[in-house]
Write a protein that binds this ligand. Structure first.
Ligand SMILES: *[C@@H]1O[C@H](CO)[C@@H](O)[C@H](O)[C@H]1NC(C)=O
Ligand SMILES: *[C@@H]1O[C@H](CO)[C@@H](O)[C@H](O)[C@H]1NC(C)=O
Ligand SMILES: *[C@@H]1O[C@H](CO)[C@@H](O)[C@H](O)[C@H]1NC(C)=O
Ligand SMILES: *[C@@H]1O[C@H](CO)[C@@H](O)[C@H](O)[C@H]1NC(C)=O
Ligand SMILES: *[C@@H]1O[C@H](CO)[C@@H](O)[C@H](O)[C@H]1NC(C)=O
Ligand SMILES: *[C@@H]1O[C@H](CO)[C@@H](O)[C@H](O)[C@H]1NC(C)=O
Ligand SMILES: *[C@@H]1O[C@H](CO)[C@@H](O)[C@H](O)[C@H]1NC(C)=O
Ligand SMILES: *[C@@H]1O[C@H](CO)[C@@H](O)[C@H](O)[C@H]1NC(C)=O
Ligand SMILES: *[C@@H]1O[C@H](CO)[C@@H](O)[C@H](O)[C@H]1NC(C)=O
Ligand SMILES: *[C@@H]1O[C@H](CO)[C@@H](O)[C@H](O)[C@H]1NC(C)=O
Ligand SMILES: *[C@@H]1O[C@H](CO)[C@@H](O)[C@H](O)[C@H]1NC(C)=O
Ligand SMILES: *[C@@H]1O[C@H](CO)[C@@H](O)[C@H](O)[C@H]1NC(C)=O
Length: 794
């Protein structure tokens, strides 16, 4: 049950499994940093810095690979500084034993549930803290998902910057409420894995990582937007990315680091490099890089650092000022004091070094393994709830779902079963196999630093069998896709009452996907099962993002669930949805096209001699803001399932239309009032951008016979004649997930801020509210917007 207190700070009461939790989360949260406390922390940092000699200073800005953590800032024992332990990643404390694998960012975004996004951050942060990691390397807003096949899209949230921005904000607050530092990554324009960083040709020639060439407005309205939310939420650090931006490497790009991040957005924490994303010393430091990771790696033969001793000599010979050196240190150490990490922070878990060694195959088999700390707490419950809430019901003809006591259940597909090679940890050989990963076994999460070591996996088959035992029903299954694709499976008798086909799509860091369809002959698998199971075939996908689904229009496929990457409780959460214990309420955080040609952006993949030329690796973001639904809307392309779409076992309707009112009297200026002569000392940029200007209100009712949640969505259209070309038809600017009993209704309000109704004006380098009528639309998806109303803001 929700009680939505419509104050500036909404207070939600949320009933989960009978336990009431109060979460102070609303559409408009106050800034995440208390500046009084920040100032106190900064003076503690200064006091500490004043005691350091130059070598020690250089040590703090330079990581070490071979420490007790994956990435590590060495301690300074004479001053009692314990060092900083950094650990991947966005959905799990990567590599760690006795830790949870949570649903991926993509899955969390598909919940469209602010409370769950915050709870996920809180649980993640608790696990990092429990293991003694000071800095959690996540969450992810880059890639945003420009390319449907981007290998790391699932680590982030949505192809929409507003939804991603909300998810960044709430995840960061959740993580940092544990006293753990979050790291917003990867900044910026990091939208593909192919040639993400420099390579060396056979004859020793350097080939640079690709350059994302992005115009200023697109940068602000699309790719930078969620980073502004992250900074406003108080994120401790930002990680610069591998790629180049406008031909300059992200970690030495003064315009984007000093100018935009630290200047315009008022970011006062530190910028750290992605692993091996630093390409220079003093040049990077002067451009705004504050910490080099992983630092010297001579022992592992991976190269030298541009920082470390080079920083010492640069200060000594005057090419780097001591003031900038101290600025770097202040930026690194202020969050440490601000979050209270100087007081009683847990020590680094004793198994940390071993799990890292094991990951690199460096651990002798007979190494005794000390007992690590179990940090999983009762997070399994939240993981199960999140995954069920992030499952999107795309099709449900004739109420195929929820299942009604089927006697014989058919389960099909290599994604249904337990993994045949361990717990599907990314380091296991099978899972690294390009391009589709391991064959038999369900996918809980993607690969690379965003993955995790599953403590266990509840596979769909296991959970369905457990449920069937309770119900006295039978489960028949075929999990070998080659049998299914060749249509040579004969063991299925009697004919099942329902056939559940589980498909998977592997996605990982370091490589982009090469196909839109789910892996392992998915289309043949579905069609062959469906032909034997007409009008009762249900397809469930576990995927890192966008798939084309040629089988979706097969009339024998009567229900489809997109379950994304669900984490360790996969089977339990899908059973909850299949049997109706959970009424599905996930919504697509991306668009599913009818055919792959409907997507307008693709991975730049150069082959032949040009692949050895740095100049050739330029990705021109000529589509501007038109990715995902913005592209489909502008080009009037009908998607198969649009952004924001998702079904329920009940029905909802809006009542009383949409009313939009101004929340302040008096004239509103087109540009935000400036503060401190435009010196943005406020995290996130000019605070006036977050002033509420409009209040949009509607009423939603549950018109069906089952309790459930829906997501009411608000979109804004700026007047096309008052803004330069390149303005999307409409953009998401509000959403609320509302739980309703049958017959119940509730008023829903959306605060619209100045930023929400502005566009980035390149000439004045500021956000500007256009003249003329702004239209506001409300509904249940980007294409189901029954009400709209026009309002003049200026
Ligand atoms: C929720 O808030 C109410 C009122 O402020 C308080 O009485 C209750 O203890 C809180 N519950 C939890 C679980 O924090
Ligand atoms: C900020 O912190 C100070 C000092 O702890 C406290 O007095 C003040 O109430 C806080 N401000 C806000 C807005 O929470
Ligand atoms: C700085 O202090 C360290 C001890 O932490 C010492 O080993 C080192 O020699 C000192 N360096 C200089 C330049 O004084
Ligand atoms: C990438 O370039 C840096 C210098 O900018 C160099 O140190 C490094 O070895 C190069 N890496 C590869 C894989 O070529
Ligand atoms: C990238 O370069 C183009 C062309 O010079 C320029 O218009 C654009 O503003 C630059 N992008 C950013 C983010 O500065
Ligand atoms: C100063 O030191 C840096 C780092 O070792 C070096 O790259 C640079 O060339 C030096 N500059 C001068 C003027 O000696
Ligand atoms: C890039 O092209 C190569 C060579 O054709 C191919 O093997 C590879 O799969 C392609 N990568 C992607 C992401 O399309
Ligand atoms: C649906 O199933 C029926 C019965 O098996 C079959 O005749 C028909 O061809 C199937 N349709 C498709 C599109 O596969
Ligand atoms: C829906 O159910 C009705 C009645 O059983 C049946 O005639 C019809 O073919 C079904 N439609 C689909 C699309 O399965
Ligand atoms: C990107 O733009 C640059 C500069 O206009 C041009 O040289 C290059 O060919 C373009 N690259 C691609 C892949 O279109
Ligand atoms: C911005 O204001 C802060 C705090 O008042 C001050 O420390 C800083 O020097 C100012 N920066 C500029 C560029 O004026
Ligand atoms: C927005 O409108 C709702 C419904 O009329 C009202 O309860 C709420 O107080 C309004 N919020 C603001 C900030 O004006």
């Amino acid at each position: 049950m929700f009680i939505l207190a419509l104050s500036l700070l909404h207070i939600w009461m949320f009933l989960t499994s009978g336990v009431a939790q109060n979460v102070s989360i609303g559409a408009l949260l106050p800034p995440g940093i208390n500046s009084t406390q920040w100032t106190i922390a900064a003076s503690k940092a200064d006091k500490f810095i004043s005691q350091l000699n130059l070598t020690e200073k250089a040590g703090i800005v330079t990581g070490e690979l071979t420490g007790t953590c994956l990435e590590y800032v060495a301690p300074i024992e004479r001053l009692g500084f314990p060092g900083l332990c950094l650990a991947d990643g966005p959905a799990a404390i990567h590599l760690a034993d006795k830790a949870s694998v949570l649903p991926a960012g993509l899955t969390a975004a598909a919940t469209w549930d602010r409370n769950l996004l915050y709870q996920r951050g809180l649980a993640l942060g608790a696990e990092f803290r429990g293991k003694g990691a000071n800095i959690a390397l996540g969450p992810v807003a880059g890639p945003l998902g420009r390319n449907p096949l981007g290998g790391r899209n699932w680590e982030g949230f949505s192809r929409d910057p507003y939804l991603t921005g909300v998810a960044m904000d709430l995840t960061i607050r959740g993580v940092q409420d544990n006293g753990v530092q979050a790291c917003a990554k990867h900044y910026i324009g990091y939208e593909q894995e192919t040639q993400r960083s420099n390579t060396t040709t056979a004859d020793g020639k350097n080939v640079d990582g690709y350059s994302s060439n992005i115009d200023d407005r697109t940068l602000h309205e699309l790719y930078l937007w969620p980073f502004a939310d992250a900074v406003r939420a108080g994120v401790a650090s930002v990680m610069c990315s591998y790629n180049r931006l406008n031909l300059t490497y992200s970690c030495e790009n003064s315009h984007s680091l000093n100018g935009i991040l630290k200047g315009e957005l008022g970011f006062r924490g530190f910028v750290m490099s992605g692993f091996f994303a630093t390409h220079s010393g003093v040049k990077s430091v002067l451009a705004g890089l504050d910490m080099d990771m992983p630092g010297p790696t001579a022992e592992t033969n991976l190269g030298e650092t541009f920082f470390g001793p080079n920083i010492v000599s640069a200060v000594q010979n005057g090419s780097l000022s001591e003031a900038r050196m101290d600025d770097m240190l202040r930026r690194i150490l202020t969050p440490y004091y601000y979050l209270g990490q100087d007081k009683n922070y847990p020590s680094v878990d004793p198994t940390t070094e071993l799990v890292i060694a094991a990951n690199y195959g460096l651990l002798p088999v007979d190494t005794p393994t000390p007992s690590g700390r179990n940090v999983r707490s009762d997070h399994a419950r939240l993981i199960r709830q999140l995954a069920a809430s992030g499952t999107v019901l795309l099709k449900n003809v004739n109420s195929t779902l929820p299942l009604r006591s089927p006697q014989v259940i058919g389960v099909f597909g290599n994604d249904a079963a337990d993994v045949s090679d361990g717990l599907a940890f990314d380091g296991s050989t099978g899972s690294l196999t390009p391009p589709f990963g391991f064959n038999i076994g369900t996918l809980t999460i993607g690969g690379g630093s965003g993955g995790g070591r599953n403590p266990y996996i509840v596979s769909p088959l296991e959970a369905i069998k457990a449920r069937a035992r309770q119900d006295g029903s039978r489960v028949l299954y075929v999990t070998d896709n080659s049998l299914l694709a060749q249509d040579v499976f004969t063991s299925v008798y009697p004919s099942p009452d329902v056939c559940l086909v589980f498909l998977k799509t592997w996605s990982r860091e370091g490589a982009d996907r090469i196909a839109f369809e789910a892996d392992y002959d998915s289309t043949a698998v579905v069609n062959n099962v469906a032909a034997r199971c007409p009008q009762r075939t249900v397809v469930i996908t576990h995927s890192g993002g966008i798939n084309t689904t040629p089988w979706a229009t097969n009339p024998n496929v009567t229900a489809i669930l997109a379950a994304h990457y669900p984490g360790q409780e996969s089977g339990n959460s899908i059973v909850d949805v299949l049997y109706g214990d959970v009424n599905p309420s996930g919504r697509l955080p991306y668009t599913i096209a009818q055919q792959e040609a409907d997507y307008n952006t693709q991975i730049l993949n150069i082959t032949g001699p040009e692949a050895e030329e740095s100049w050739a690796w330029q990705v021109n973001f000529t589509e501007g803001q038109f990715i995902d639904y913005r592209h489909f809307d502008a080009k009037n392309i009908t998607p198969l399932y649009e952004f924001g779409y998702g079904l329920s076992y009940t029905t909802f309707a809006l009542e009383n239309g949409l009313s939009v009112s101004r929340t302040s009297r008096g004239a509103i200026s087109p540009f935000p009032p400036t503060i401190n002569n435009n010196n943005n000392t406020s995290a996130g940029g000019n605070p006036a951008l977050w002033t509420q200007l409009l209040n949009a209100t509607t009423t939603v009712g549950n018109t069906g016979s089952i309790a459930g949640s829906t997501v009411v969505q608000l979109y804004v259209s700026l007047p096309q004649d008052a803004v330069p070309s390149g303005t999307p038809v409409r953009v998401l600017r509000g959403f609320e997930k509302i739980y309703l009993e049958p017959g119940a209704r509730q008023t829903v309000s959306f605060p619209l801020t100045r930023r929400d109704v502005s566009s980035w004006d390149v000439e004045s380098q500021n956000w500007r509210i256009p003249e003329g009528n702004i239209s506001v639309h409300v509904g249940f998806s980007s294409r189901d917007l029954p009400y709209h109303t026009a309002v003049r803001v200026l």
